[in-house]
Design a protein around this ligand. Structure first.
Ligand SMILES: NC(=O)c1ccc[n+]([C@@H]2O[C@H](COP(=O)([O-])OP(=O)(O)OC[C@H]3O[C@@H](n4cnc5c(N)ncnc54)[C@H](O)[C@@H]3O)[C@@H](O)[C@H]2O)c1
Length: 425
């Protein structure tokens, strides 16, 4: 049982977006300290069905939703539309937890930080991968000095996908999953490494991959499927993060190389397992065995975490959000860490379009540094297209062929999708 001074007082929370948003809705109960009071989605049929299931107020208009009596808003609407929604909710007096990405442009990164500071409300970036079992243990070991300071780290998030499944989660030709350049969804690969090592990105360079099997013109996806990204961190170390949606392999893994050893999770280890490695001939007398492989215990609340999605991560994001609100202190995954991950995605895409040229990430806590980006509205998303805006692929703007359009149209129509960007079937 989670105890707190206000244990009896549940936070009233509204959720925007009834796809991923349902994971948050499902996880709300007295133990976590949150109560779902309203749902918002522009897809009215879906909203009605989900609203009936949870028996709460439903709104197709975000403005009307914000008039509902509530303490906090969780944003699980489209990937690239979170920052304006977050700013509006903060202005309405609500605390905000936002799905990835925190912001789609450098200007939005700046605006979001300023609004969090002005409002005094809690903002949490809902990255769940740092809270997976093995990653939390990795942080505990790293912070205890097990491998010394980080020099190099790798993070990988690659979601292998067949086209029918991919289409089912990307309805509409303009859906973000069809347009998303491969650097933008970097937080699942990067956030755990930042969390373990307490570092922030300062510079980025990246290369985009072209892969015929998962790319236009045979599919309606117009973006590249993956990218390796090199990130210089503020302590001089270098992280290589990579993945996204390459067809080959489904894999999530992290490894941190320190001055005195290595910590790794994931492939080829079963989920939740962790490996500590110290080179045998570098060990000092009395030091631990050179290789230890184990599945750690949860630090706390194991019964709740082990039932939650994404290896328990979905429990911990809500847990830390409630805790931050009650303590009136910004959480670890605050707006600055959130937007710095978004900035790796944005600046990383700039780098890809110039075959790896490095781009800076400002310290968003510093008004002087971030001010330089306050008018930077560079964006590859279709609603922002126009002069000076970048394409979603290093191939430029690629048109899907007739067969790909027909296939997508059939899948989306079958799901009941009625948007203007439904291709003719
Ligand atoms: N952390 C994770 O593990 C994880 C997993 C899945 C998705 N996500 C994130 O969750 C978000 C949502 O993804 P999804 O998988 O549900 O797919 P999605 O982006 O297609 O769903 C978004 C939902 O928001 C609704 N919506 C769009 N505009 C709206 C508006 N103006 N007002 C109200 N509702 C609106 C859509 O109708 C849709 O139901 C994305 O940001 C994605 O990155 C995170």
């Amino acid at each position: 049982m989670i105890r707190s001074k206000n244990a009896g007082k549940l936070l009233r929370v509204g959720v925007v977006g009834v796809g991923r948003g349902q994971s948050f809705a499902r996880g709300m109960n007295e133990k976590i300290g949150m109560k779902l009071v309203a749902l918002c989605d522009t897809w009215k049929e879906r909203l009605k069905t989900v609203g009936r299931q949870y028996r709460v107020a439903t709104y197709a208009s975000y403005e009307k939703f914000l008039e509902h009596e509530m303490d906090a808003v969780i944003l699980a609407n489209y990937f690239h539309q979170h920052a304006p929604f977050a700013i509006q909710a903060l202005r309405a007096g609500c605390h905000v937890m936002s799905e990835t990405t925190a912001a789609k442009t450098m200007a939005e990164c700046v605006a979001l930080c300023r609004e969090v500071e002005r409002s005094g409300r809690i903002y949490m970036f809902a990255e769940n991968y740092p809270y997976m079992l093995a990653v939390q243990e990795m942080r505990r070991l790293y912070q205890a000095g097990e491998i010394g300071a980080v020099r190099y780290a790798e993070g990988e998030y690659n979601h292998a996908a067949d086209e029918d499944w991919r289409l089912s989660i990307s309805p509409g030709l303009r859906h973000w999953r069809n347009w998303l350049p491969p650097t933008y969804y970097c937080s699942h690969a990067l956030a755990p490494l930042m969390f373990v090592t307490d570092t922030l990105p300062v510079r980025v360079n990246a290369l985009s991959i072209i892969e015929e099997a998962v790319q236009s013109p045979r599919t309606v996806r117009v973006a590249d499927p993956g990218a390796p990204i090199l990130v210089r961190m503020d302590n001089g170390s270098v992280f290589r993060i990579w993945g996204l949606m390459l067809s080959s392999i489904h894999r999530v893994r992290y490894e941190v190389h320190g001055e005195r050893g290595l910590l790794t999770t994931g492939d080829p280890l079963p989920s939740g397992m962790l490996r500590i490695y110290h080179e045998n001939w570098l060990r000092k007398t009395g030091e631990k065995p050179h290789e230890t492989l184990y599945r750690p215990d949860w630090p706390d609340h194991g019964n709740l975490a082990s039932q939650a999605g994404h290896g328990g991560g979905d429990f911990w994001t809500s847990f830390h959000f409630v805790r931050a609100i009650r303590a009136r202190r910004q959480p670890y995954l605050d707006c600055y860490r959130g937007v710095s991950m978004s900035a790796v995605g944005i600046q990383g895409w700039r780098s890809c379009l110039e075959e790896g040229k490095p781009y800076p990430i400002p310290d968003f806590r510093n008004e002087y540094e971030r001010r330089a980006f306050e008018n930077d509205h560079w964006s590859p998303f279709p609603e922002d297209a126009g002069p000076g805006q970048p394409p979603p692929s290093i191939l430029g703007y690629v048109s899907p062929d007739r067969k790909a359009l027909e296939r997508a149209g059939r899948v989306w129509k079958g799901m009941g999708y009625k948007g203007k960007d439904l291709p003719p079937v």
